[in-house]
Write a protein that binds this ligand. Structure first.
Ligand code: PRP
Length: 177
């Protein structure tokens, strides 16, 4: 971890109280994305991790994960693969449902997204309960991809997301910028 980078990124994340509902403190990354210096530093850090971990593809989780993962893939000279909410990807897909606070959601990835032996870095903005990333890691295993690692911009340390992911990582690192 890089304390100077963490400080820069933290300084560009805005806390919005009571959004999207009362009692929730929303972490708004819009100021970070709008700041050329901070966005470039974030993109470069993600690209550096992709290369250091030997990834051959960068996977982004809809929707904010796309905004971080796609430029990182470009900067690392790698391809990008989206994991999307149900019904958005054409052709054959693998799907995985997971529980939300109220109800459930399904994530999908295209069956032909990966060639044999590919190593993927998974990128998202926030690790909260871990449900989104856990489902994504199950999908990637189904699709035949090897996990190089997971990197998130931020982790809500008061939630047990990291513990929830422990059984899904196959020894790959889970890193927070
Ligand atoms: C948010 C966030 C993560 C996820 C984290 O996505 O971008 O993907 O929740 O929560 P979890 O660890 O409890 O699963 P959201 O579903 O709001 O989608 P968006 O990026 O499309 O706004």
């Amino acid at each position: 971890s890089d304390p100077a980078l963490a400080e820069l990124l933290n300084s560009r994340i805005r806390d919005v109280p009571d959004y999207p509902k009362p009692g929730v403190l929303f972490k708004d990354i819009a100021p970070l994305l709008a700041d050329a210096e901070a966005f470039a530093a974030l993109t470069q850090a993600l690209a550096d991790r992709a290369k250091a971990l030997g990834a051959t593809k960068v996977v982004g989780l809809e929707a904010r994960g796309f905004v971080l993962a796609a430029p990182a893939a470009f900067a690392a000279g790698l391809g990008f693969v989206p994991i999307r909410k149900a019904g958005k990807l054409p052709g054959e897909v693998f799907g995985k449902s997971y529980d939300l606070e109220y109800g459930s959601a399904t994530l999908e990835v295209q069956c032909d997204a990966f060639s044999p032996g590919e190593r993927v870095l998974v990128v998202d903005d926030v690790l909260a309960t871990g449900g989104t990333i856990a489902a994504s890691l199950d999908l990637l295993r189904q699709a035949g991809a090897q996990l190089a690692g997971v990197v998130v911009l931020m982790e809500l340390g008061f939630l047990p997301g990291r513990e929830r992911l422990a059984g899904h990582l196959d020894g790959a690192p889970l890193e927070t910028l």
